[in-house]
Design a protein around this ligand. Structure first.
Ligand code: CDP
Length: 213
């Protein structure tokens, strides 16, 4: 495999970007960065310090985030979903986090997943994937990841609530002025409704092989 290969994996909330990107990195022996965790860790630090993630000073919190923050176990909770999306809309925060992401991939290449990897962070990446699925499928997958009671009698209502939350976050991420969520013109889309994680990985590996020939 070519050294320093950069693979951009973008897409809306809970589309399976993380699962794919982690497995792709393993298969290709590349480092992996879940860039959403940088925004989540920034939001988490603001909440913990009693600051409003929608207000200023987020930049200073972003600057204090290190790779060690990314293994925190309290980043995937609903209040941090919202806080991440709020800090991610602030241009100063994104400016700080651009460098962290570029440095990460600088020496050995990497697989990175996020919203703007193919459009802003690595616009020259040789492989760009855009991962999508219907809102219902995405909500069901996220609910299954987080559910404390998989047999809950109000399962469908709970999934509907998750669906509303991820649709609201997609709207915010797609409509913000800076680095909005969108597919790069040269990204290859993978629609993952009805596909297993293995099938998505196999399709992604075929695309990588084709684009790096
Ligand atoms: O895992 P999920 O798809 O729910 O979200 P995530 O990838 O962890 O990202 C959390 C939030 O961070 C998103 O809703 C975006 O607002 C923001 N984000 C971003 O703006 N740019 C990125 N490259 C990654 C995440």
């Amino acid at each position: 495999m070519t050294r320093r290969l950069v693979i951009a994996v973008d897409g809306p909330a809970a589309a399976g970007k993380g699962t794919l990107a982690r497995r792709l990195a393993q298969a290709l022996d590349l480092p992996y960065l879940d860039t959403g965790l940088l925004y989540r860790a920034t939001g988490r630090r603001m909440i913990d310090a009693g600051h409003d993630p929608a207000q200023g000073q987020a930049e200073a919190f972003a600057a204090s985030v290190g790779l060690e923050d990314l293994s925190r176990t309290d980043l995937r909770v609903p209040e941090v979903d919202r806080a991440a999306s709020l800090v991610a809309a602030q241009p100063a925060v994104r400016r700080v986090l651009v460098d962290v992401q570029r440095r990460f991939a600088g020496e050995h290449g990497a697989v990175l997943d996020g919203r703007d990897i193919g459009t802003v962070i690595f616009p020259d990446a040789p492989v760009k994937l855009f991962i999508t699925a219907s809102p219902r499928t995405r909500a069901t997958r996220r609910w299954e990841q987080l559910a404390t009671d998989p047999g809950a009698p109000d399962r469908e209502d709970q999934i509907t609530r998750v669906e509303r939350e991820i649709e609201a976050r997609d709207r915010a991420d797609s409509s913000r002025a800076v680095a909005p969520l969108r597919a790069a013109g040269d990204a290859v889309r993978i629609e993952t409704d009805g596909l297993s994680a293995d099938e998505v990985l196999a399709e992604a590996l075929r695309i990588v092989a084709r684009m790096t020939r």
